[in-house]
Ligand binder design. Structure first.
Ligand code: UDP
Length: 245
């Protein structure tokens, strides 16, 4: 069945939104594009306004990726820490944009940096969500050799989120690249194991396995379409759900 206006709302109470750092670049090649950050903040606000509790993890790829640094001869763990710091900058930019829209927000870092944001304390983070604040988890898992996809899955599980929303540039998972192949077929639903076996580029393999082991559905949707995030929660729009059969 194709999700359309007749699809019942997903009825989630608490969700995790995962976006890559590159989603904040807008038309640029690097860093932050303030109008794009504001547009995504407005998407988040409209979901909060529905009464849904929202966690957010933003990657750091628009500023720095550890693998990139290590390919250039930098020691890998140092490069990964730089990548984690990049995610803190993105989290602060999103906090600023959300607060400019009167949406209460907390940035919580896996690496303590008390002058800038709160340290990660699970119960405190849950309390913020219960009070309707958007909780942005920064600095990934706090460990090198991981990615923010894994961080999003880990925090979503710890927070008791009912699903991870993975915002991408296309409206779901296809059997081939829809930007290159006009006949590419979009999956409505797909299992975690199929994503892993077919090497579909949704999230990295450790994140998919962690989501599978914790039965956490992954909703892949387009962040490029305005209103895409809120539409899905209202039972509209196009997306792919990764879940167990
Ligand atoms: N990173 C890390 N541990 C984590 C999360 C992130 O070391 O738990 C580092 C890693 O170097 C990564 C960078 O932070 O390349 C930025 O994160 P990611 O690549 O996931 O960002 P995205 O591709 O989503 O923008």
């Amino acid at each position: 069945m194709t999700p359309d206006a007749t699809t019942p709302p997903l009825n989630y109470k608490r969700v995790m939104l995962k976006i890559s750092g590159e989603a904040l670049m807008g038309p640029g090649q690097y860093g932050l594009h303030p109008p794009t950050v504001e547009r995504i903040a407005a998407e988040i606000k409209s979901v909060v306004d529905l009464g849904v509790e929202v966690c957010v993890v933003i990657g750091g790829g628009n500023i720095f990726r550890g693998l990139q640094g290590s390919a250039q001869g930098m020691e890998r763990t140092t490069a990964d820490y730089m990548g984690m710091l990049a995610t803190v900058m993105n989290a602060l930019a999103m906090q600023s944009a959300l607060e400019a829209m009167d949406t209460f927000t907390r940035v919580i870092s896996a690496i303590p940096m008390d002058q800038i944001c709160e340290p990660y304390i699970r119960r405190r983070a849950v309390r913020h969500l219960e009070k309707g604040r958007v909780v942005i988890f920064a600095a990934g898992t706090g460990n090198p050799y991981f990615t923010t996809d894994t961080a999003a899955t880990l925090r979503a599980t710890e927070m008791g989120c009912e699903a991870i929303f993975k915002g991408t540039s296309v409206d779901g998972i296809y059997d081939s690249d829809p930007k290159k192949n006009p006949d590419a077929k979009r999956f409505e639903r797909i299992t975690y194991d199929d994503v892993l076996q077919k090497h579909l580029k949704v999230m990295d393999a450790s994140a998919i396995a962690l989501a599978r082991d914790n039965k956490l559905p992954i909703v892949v949707f387009s962040l490029a379409d305005s209103g895409g995030f809120v539409s899905i929660l209202q039972g509209k729009g196009r997306f792919t759900v990764v879940e167990q059969k």
